[in-house]
Design a protein around this ligand. Structure first.
Ligand code: SAM
Length: 281
């Protein structure tokens, strides 16, 4: 039996015992692999980095989507940048109040391979409100004439195709195409290891220079480097806790597996070492 191994740092590795290597493709943008495993079920990687697995993908996707949706239940038009596995879109389509979801994913091969081998996250992609666009998110936010109430940046790390999604120009264009009460949510890396912490601070500093309200919240995702993962909440008018409403997801009657209103508030209570790292930027 073989193992999938990801180097979290030059001195720390994360390994998963493989049942079967289901799919492999060198796409025009990255190396895509899909496995089946004993403990995490199916999972897929891009350029050797764990992206999502059947066991814990709900944590990331619920926290990305139900947090902003509980602050502004009037959100109607949503833009998802990246999110090739469809997990963010799956959580968004649960809301009848959402009128349109544009998903701008640079690599169509990720979507198609997940639709075949990693279906758990792809169930929302056929919703009639969803429009799939296979292009660079950096160019899209620069050129689009549309306005959005929520932008979700469900990106890879800031290397390779994902690098531009952590740039000043990207965040400035996100601000420009957001409505007057718009919210930006982004995958905000992690405070624990040097590499992700550096990327977290770089992104935070840029977002803080553009948006009036910028907060960071956390979730514990065991299969991401260190397990301590962050999300950015940037907004033009709403504060994620002071303006939080009764979670709309509850009134829809959907039973989330991770997100709840107490956790919504608690997730913004960061450890002092993280608060200090973000404050001094
Ligand atoms: N949603 C998953 C999770 O649970 O964390 C992983 C993130 S998703 C797979 C990241 C996606 O961002 C990939 O499908 C990748 O192709 C896409 N991506 C990277 N750079 C991009 C860019 N510049 N524009 C649009 N999509 C991009």
């Amino acid at each position: 039996m073989s193992w999938f191994t990801e180097a979290w740092t030059p001195h720390i590795k994360f390994s998963v015992k493989i049942k079967e290597h289901l799919y492999s493709e060198t796409t025009p943008f990255q190396q895509l692999e899909i496995y089946d495993s004993f403990e995490l079920g199916r999972f897929f990687t891009l350029d050797g980095i764990m992206m999502a697995n059947e066991k814990d993908e709900f944590i990331y996707h619920e926290m990305m989507i139900h947090t902003p949706m509980s602050v502004n239940p009037q959100i109607e038009h949503v833009l998802v940048i990246g999110g090739g596995d469809g997990g963010s879109v799956r959580e968004l389509v649960r809301y009848p109040s959402i009128k349109s979801i544009d998903m701008v994913e640079i690599d169509e091969r990720v979507v198609r391979a997940c639709q075949t081998y990693f279906e758990i996250t792809t169930t929302g992609l056929h919703d009639p409100r969803v429009t799939l666009m296979f292009e660079d998110g950096l160019a899209y936010v620069k050129n689009t004439k549309k306005t959005y109430d929520l932008i979700v940046v469900d990106s890879t790390d800031p290397v390779g195709p994902g690098e531009g999604l952590f740039s000043m120009a990207f965040y400035e264009n996100c601000y420009r195409i957001l409505s007057k009460d718009g919210i930006l949510i982004n995958q905000h890396e992690s405070p624990y290891f040097e590499k992700e912490s550096t990327e977290m601070k770089r992104a935070h500093k840029k977002i803080k220079s553009i948006f009036p309200i910028v907060e960071v919240y956390q979730a514990f995702i065991p299969t991401y480097p260190s397990g301590h993962w962050l999300f950015g909440f940037a907004s033009k008018v709403y504060h994620p806790i002071l303006d939080m409403k009764t979670p709309l997801i509850q009134s829809i009657g959907y039973q989330t597996k991770y997100y709840n209103k107490e956790l919504h508030v608690g997730s913004f209570a960061l450890p002092n070492y993280v608060k200090n790292a973000l404050r001094d930027l």
